[in-house]
Design a binder for this molecule. Structure first.
Ligand SMILES: *[C@@H]1O[C@H](CO)[C@@H](O)[C@H](O)[C@H]1NC(C)=O
Length: 487
């Protein structure tokens, strides 16, 4: 099974286990009523066949049922995650969760659940299968009916006799959340960043309403312009609130198009694109800058190279650490004034623009300047028609710089070959790297591209800390996309 679905299942199981781990088993109904699960599958298949969008509704029902879960349950056993509470209508004792902000006018599929409940009670001869279990099995069977994978659902949940609209109001994630808000929202339910990405993948099926995505298609900067235009055609500035648009180009197929879309900045909701916003923003700005002035590609690549080259192991300077970006202070003189940089390094205004935009789309400063330089270098080469390579991320920015060090290590244009070789050797580079890296003059671009990633990795400061939340999320997306090919 693809890792992505392990995450998905893991997340569902966590939600389920949080409430009733003592009794859950995939075989729970094997003796009690062996006809139950086939009956559910039959009805789900027919409903999804009639209206593919029903698959998305049924998956969402389960998610929204499970998500309304409270730590207090451990003490009071009132709210229990996947407990069917979403199905309860209002009474004098409770306000139905169906009216919560994230559900009102958007949860659907209750008639299918009612039909299943009726049929399952009939084939079992009496009420045997809980509504909470029905929702869990229905979600699995919906995904399967739309071409997704299957998984074992652990069963034996008990139904809640109460519900909380207030709680649902406060915990259900909203489409306008940025990444920090989403991470926090899922964390409050005991779910981690991987769970967030995996569960967001549920948007590989289904549609959303204009009212929900209008702000993004008219206001967002981290959106593919052609995509925004396409969506605006059926979602006007005013009116048309219930007009629909698919989350991805294949809304009736459980596939990875949703994630591929995010990489192209074609996420429909703010909360979708929030999962993958830093790298596309860098690419977008680099492409525009290189388009305006092709030489900027070389300048940005050179910035990264000169940042990385100033490196001393076991000393304060650590290679690709953004030190080149620092201006002079009372404590140090900027590397920008070093012999190899003065009057020749440029592109800082593009880096500043990237930094501002990345901070904005991420909701806070999470991407280091050193990583921005590394990615901008890669994207510059890409924008000039070169190949793409994976950039390892997670660098920390230096808080200091050294003009003297930069003066002494940056190769001078006037050095003879032995001097150059010894200069590169001091940086842990061999003759092949020298040939490759000297290609920054762009006479040897193809060789440079083959060797640069490896050389840069040798130079790069590899932090022992775990990656930032954003980078972890993006890495997961990368691996998700990669894994998709095995499907
Ligand atoms: C765009 O953003 C502004 C400011 O937040 C807001 O007032 C406006 O309604 C938004 N436009 C749309 C079409 O949502």
């Amino acid at each position: 099974m693809a890792p992505r679905f392990n995450f998905l299942l893991h997340a569902f199981f966590c939600l389920a286990l949080a409430t009733t781990s003592f009794s859950l088993s995939p075989k729970f109904y094997d003796n009690l009523c062996p006809q139950a699960l086939p009956a559910i599958k039959r009805i789900v298949e027919a409903a999804v066949h009639r209206e593919p969008r029903m698959g998305a509704f049924l998956l969402r029902l389960h998610f929204h049922d499970c998500f309304v879960n409270n730590d207090l349950e451990l003490i009071f056993f009132v709210f229990q995650g996947c407990d069917g509470s979403l199905l309860l209508d209002s009474s004098f004792a409770l306000g139905t969760e169906k009216n919560a902000r994230g559900n009102f006018n958007s949860v659907r599929g209750f008639e299918v659940v009612d039909q299943i409940k009726f049929e399952v009670d009939r084939v079992c001869g009496r009420p045997t299968v809980s509504c909470a279990d029905i929702l869990a099995v229905v979600a699995r069977d919906s995904v399967l009916a739309l071409g997704g994978p299957t998984w074992k659902v652990r069963l034996g949940r008990r139904d809640s006799t109460t519900a909380s609209r207030t709680l649902a109001d406060s915990v259900l994630p909203s489409a306008s959340m940025d990444l920090p808000a989403l991470i926090n929202n899922f964390k409050n339910q005991g779910l981690n960043k991987r769970d967030l990405v995996a569960l967001s993948g549920g948007h590989t099926i289904g549609l959303s309403q204009c009212l929900i995505f209008r702000n993004r298609i008219y206001n967002a900067t981290n959106i593919d312009p052609a995509f925004a235009k396409e969506r605006r055609a059926t979602c006007p500035r005013t009116g048309g609130n219930t007009n629909l648009a698919p989350f991805d180009p294949t809304p009736a197929r459980f596939d990875t198009a949703y994630f591929k879309n995010l990489v192209k900045e074609r996420g429909l909701l703010t909360s979708d694109q929030a999962l993958f916003s830093a790298l596309p923003a860098i690419k977008r700005i680099v492409e525009a800058a290189v388009h305006r002035e092709p030489r900027m590609g070389a300048s940005l690549l050179r910035l990264h190279f000169h940042d990385c080259f100033v490196n001393l192991i076991f000393f304060v300077f650590q290679g690709c650490d953004g030190s080149l970006l620092l201006d002079s202070t009372s404590a140090f003189e900027t590397e920008k004034n070093a012999r190899g940089n003065f009057n020749s390094v440029r592109g800082f205004e593009v880096v500043d623009q990237i930094k501002a935009e990345v901070d904005r789309v991420c909701g806070r400063p999470v991407v280091s300047c050193a990583d921005i330089l590394a990615v901008a270098a890669r994207d510059s080469v890409l924008a000039l028609g070169g190949p793409r390579w994976k950039v390892r991320l997670g660098r920390r920015d230096s808080t200091t710089a050294s003009r003297a060090l930069a003066d002494s290590v940056l190769p001078s244009a006037s050095m003879d070959l032995p001097a150059l070789i010894s200069n590169f050797k001091n940086q842990g580079l061999n003759t092949r790297d020298l040939v490759a890296l000297s290609g920054t003059g762009f006479t040897m671009l193809p060789i440079l591209i083959l060797l640069l990633p490896r050389s840069v990795e040798q130079l790069a400061h590899e932090p022992v800390e775990t990656l930032t939340s954003l980078l972890l999320t993006q890495h997961l997306l990368d691996s998700t996309l990669h894994t998709s090919r095995t499907w």
